[in-house]
Write a protein that binds this ligand. Sequence first.
Ligand code: ARG
Ligand code: ZN
Length: 844
Amino acid sequence: QTIYLKDYAPFGFDVREVNLIFDLAPNATRVTSRIRFAAKPDAEHPDFFLHGEQLKLIRAAIDGQEITPTLTETGLTCDVPDGAFTFEAEVEIDPANNTALEGLYMSNGMYCTQCEAEGFRKITYYPDRPDVMSTFTVRVNGDLPVLLSNGNPTDSGEGFAEWHDPWPKPAYLFALVAGDLVAHSDHFTTVSGREVDLNLYVRPGDEGKCAFGMDALKRSMKWDEDVYGREYDLDVFNIVAVDDFNMGAMENKGLNVFNSSAVLASPETATDANFERIEAIIAHEYFHNWTGNRITCRDWFQLCLKEGLTVFRDAQFTSDVRSAPVKRIGDVIDLRARQFPEDNGPLAHPVRPESFQEINNFYTATVYEKGAEVIGMLKRLVGDQAYAEALDLYFARHDGQACTIEDWLKVFEDVTGRELSQFKLWYSQAGTPRVKVEEDWGDGTYSLTLSQSLPDSPGQVDKQPMHIPVAVGLLGPDGDEVRETQTLELTEARQTFRFDGLAAKPTASILREFSAPVILEHGVSRDAQAFLLAHDTDPFNRWSAARVLATETLIGMITDGKTPGGDYLDGVLSVLRNDDLDPAYRALMAGLPTQSELAGVLADRGLIPDPMAIWRASETLKQAMAQHAQDLLPRLHSQMRVDASYRPDAEQSGKRSLGSVVLSMTTRLDGGELAASEYAKSDNMTLQLSSLGALLRAGKGQEELAAFYDQWQADRLVIDKWFGLQVSLAEPDQTCAVAQKLTGHPDFHWKTPNRFRSVLGPLAMNHAGFHHGDGTSYALLADWLIRLDPVNPQTTARMCSAFQTWKRYDADRQALIRAQLERIAATPELSRDTTEMVSRILDA
Ligand code: ARG
Ligand code: ZN
């Protein structure tokens, strides 16, 4: 059954107050609800329907009188009196057998919840839609040391705790946690003097992994006050780490629940990348308190209203506390790796989708990451000052409301007087715009002609031109900037922009800072790219020039058997050698496009990608780069050594990331000697993992791999890495066998999403291994998806996207993938989640 945005209708009742009592028991938890409803004044005899799924109804009453409601698979209806009334229900649920991890479930003996998007209906009967907001009072009865819910604690004693959340909220923000947990505590004083108790609750044994997350929380709270003027609004802020979780984390009001991989960290067990991700996710969930909770979404089609904005805010935070260019480059790498394939394949959908079968399938890179890009474009178009004013107006006007994209854009229109209807197409037209660049030069005038086009996507053809901000700067022949960055507003299908009074033909640096999520079709020559790589004053575009050169080099190697060009190798070498540049940035400059990205570029040019040829070219280029940099490596290696005690900050982690690039290059030349000695002396996970990885890539390191397992056997987050590394670094014709073997390992607890993903995620990401011509990797992934689906539909459906690029490949591979997709589709009682994903991938 498909739900449409255009069918939105408000609920006929207000919910004034919700009272819940939980009597916890693993297989038979009782949930008693008392909910105060009132028919909306303008609604005449509205239908009273409450969502409810997999609930055992024990008793229901209205105003104290028992009733016998009509029950269906999806909910409950009954006759209700006019005006206000109290609905009561007592239901029984079975958290211990809830393997879908949605609603109330158990993880390692602890109770926890995940209600977004539609999980609350598995807890009790309720209008489970985000535009129904109410205050909640919760009593938890259970024989466990820690009993938590949203809001402020109001009472507690032997075997119970009571909580009250004074801020009206939709049910998807409800949370309950109960277990044998320990708290890492701290406190924060808000700008207006509110004292807030902060707690990070973890399982005993994990106390040593809390300090960084707590520090990140305090920094986030301060940042949101300083930059957005947003203050925290309760007496407590609790975070809980759980091992079984479908996503990264969840912003439940006053009680965030985190996948333990997204919060627990120590130098010995977490990499620099883990620390940075944790800092960003803590910030993201905290920032949701205003963008998501205080102002929420009217319906799930508006998901990007809270997610795009909150991703944008967490990216601003990371840029402020680390390096802005490094963050931007990382985000663009991620966007191209995850969002572009989605936007250019069968799963393409607008940032604000217009229909869905299962909303959980729309927590996508398009809604989140492209949604954040849209905010960035808006900010660039209106300017920083107007952006700040628009945000102030948004918070003032909509606090306590459930809003739409129209509400969001209106505050910008009201503040700036601009008309944003063309800009709004970013929310409704799917697909990645192509922007073609043509240049012209004469009589001191340089002209740039930009043409845009937007490919068809499922359900959408003949699209309108978009409003695209293209940031451009011009460099003179000596590399000096002759025109500072300015934003060209491309609004027509084809438009020419002129720059007058120039002494010599400039080199244009186009789409600086990646000012719009588009694919540039360069008219710019390879020489101009090499010039930009050497001189561009915009760090993003300087990196981008290296990327373009690397891509063209690899494509030449793949399609014409060319050898790597000196322009690329020399350009990168001089960047690596330049000690004025941030090491983290230099490390990024040395990176190659992923093999899957190359496959996408080839397909975009009408060629059929050969995964083995792509793999070989990438290996050859890496080898050539290592040889080219040979003389520099020893010096860089010692320069990047960090002697101070470990800190996960930008400075140290930047040195380690360039150090790790140097180590991989060196390992290609010395057969693993340096990597083995680095492994032996590694005292942090970043170095331990990078040196082990370098060894495995060189076909060595089996002893170290076994030692690593023995050392970390008891640490599930580290063992996830141990599983993942082996699959991601396996050679193409070994990948399937390695993954297959690991799925037989006694520690392969496949019902835990993190562990499932640790093997099957890298299988799908190992491009040449996954797309091995014999099709065995496709079959292995499909086998496991079929097995996981009845247990955990959400995680299964999400991983189906591994097949989304199937139409890029040759007929044989397409046939192999089609057979697997059809086999999944034919599985009896396949979940709605997976059914929707597979049919979308197959149909287009
Ligand atoms: N709102 C959460 C976040 O962005 C994600 C939760 C998504 N959950 C889901 N079942 N789709 O931080
Ligand atoms: Zn979010």
